[in-house]
Design a protein around this ligand. Structure first.
Ligand code: PEP
Ligand code: MN
Length: 337
């Protein structure tokens, strides 16, 4: 349930309500809106019933949240969440572009890509050091060495780093290097991993599972937020449908839907979403038009030689051309880029 405080409620009254809820054995989450404070109370139904919250000073009303997700829903927070990552924000006016190779392959490949995506206007460098591959015989990533190259690329360019964490065992290592942790599509419902990243003080890009409904995706986000980490960025990356011509079906309908249901920022990965480089630019443009707060795009200096996802990777020239177009589109949409 949520407790909506009166606009003029004092700090001591908010504190009083929080203490009352905690004494009843409930987890308390505060949302300080522009107008008023909202207090989320999460716990078993038995503990929620029988409370006399309306009797407490400063309380305007008590509302049951009917959606299965609570803290990530608009009922808990009406304003858009703006996730801060060092000097950058995701979810505000500014559109952030995260770009780079699917996998970190070697030092030169990564540093070269980092410089070129930065010059084209990207602010965050992507690159997998631990790769979830369908085949056990495919390139699995450079692991720790890959993280070192990512750190070196950050040092050389000033770009922030987003990279995938695949399990709890390697989380401390990945978190030492990453500015943003990526939970891949295949791990969206690895609830144990979600609980672990909830305890790390780093933003999380949570990709949508290939066959996850929007509700399941939001419930996975709820795991992270309720576990103590409010900095979640949702990433639509395509779902599995009957269509085989494209790698996945990029579900751009999810962008306005999720932005209506949730206050969390939403970004789009058109590269995995469609799986063929030729169609990445139109889908990137469509994502921004649909309201996405950012993009995750695969770029490789020589896609034909890529160890992973070459067919969907943009060449440097194609990425530069796309970024120039997106800047114009962002301005038209009233956003900065
Ligand atoms: C990736 O970003 O390289 C990746 C593996 O993505 P996904 O988890 O969406 O398949
Ligand atoms: Mn990839």
């Amino acid at each position: 349930m949520i407790v909506v405080m009166q606009p003029a409620a004092e700090e001591a009254e908010v504190k009083g309500v929080c203490e009352y809820l905690e004494t009843a054995g409930l987890a308390v989450h505060l949302s300080q809106g522009v107008e008023r404070t909202i207090i989320g109370a999460i716990g078993e139904r038995a503990k929620l019933s029988g409370l006399a919250l309306e009797a407490l000073p400063g309380v305007e009303k008590v509302v049951a949240i009917l959606a299965p997700y609570k803290l990530v829903g608009r009922a808990f927070r009406a304003e858009d969440t703006v996730v801060g990552i060092g000097p950058l924000t995701v979810g505000g006016r500014t559109i952030q572009v995260m770009a780079g190779p699917c996998a970190v392959e070697d030092r030169e490949q990564l540093i070269e890509t980092a410089h070129l995506v930065k010059e084209a206007g990207a602010t965050i460098l992507r690159g997998g050091a631990f790769k979830p591959r369908t085949s056990p015989y495919a390139f699995q990533g450079l692991e720790a060495k890959g993280l070192e190259y990512l750190a070196e690329a950050r040092e050389a360019t000033g770009l922030l780093i987003v990279t995938e964490v695949m399990d709890a065992h390697t989380l401390p290592l990945v978190a030492r290097y990453a500015d943003i942790l990526q939970i891949g599509a295949r791990n969206m419902q690895n609830f144990f991993l979600l609980r672990e990243v909830a305890q790390i003080d780093k933003p999380v890009v949570l990709k949508r599972g290939p066959s996850a409904t929007i509700e399941e995706w939001l419930l996975s986000a709820e795991y992270i937020v309720s576990g103590g980490n409010p900095r979640v960025i949702l990433c639509e990356r395509g779902i599995r449908t009957f269509e085989t011509y494209t790698r996945n079906t990029l579900d751009l309908t999810a962008v306005p839907v999720v932005k209506h249901l949730s206050h969390l920022p939403v970004i789009v990965d058109p590269s995995h979403g469609i799986g063929k480089w030729r169609y990445v630019p139109p889908m990137a443009r469509a994502a921004l038009a649909a309201g996405a707060d950012g993009l995750l795009v695969e770029v490789h200096p020589r896609p034909a030689a890529a160890l992973c996802d070459g067919p969907q990777s943009l060449t440097p020239d194609n990425f530069r051309a796309l970024m120039a177009e997106l800047k114009g589109l962002a301005a038209f949409l009233g956003r900065d880029m």
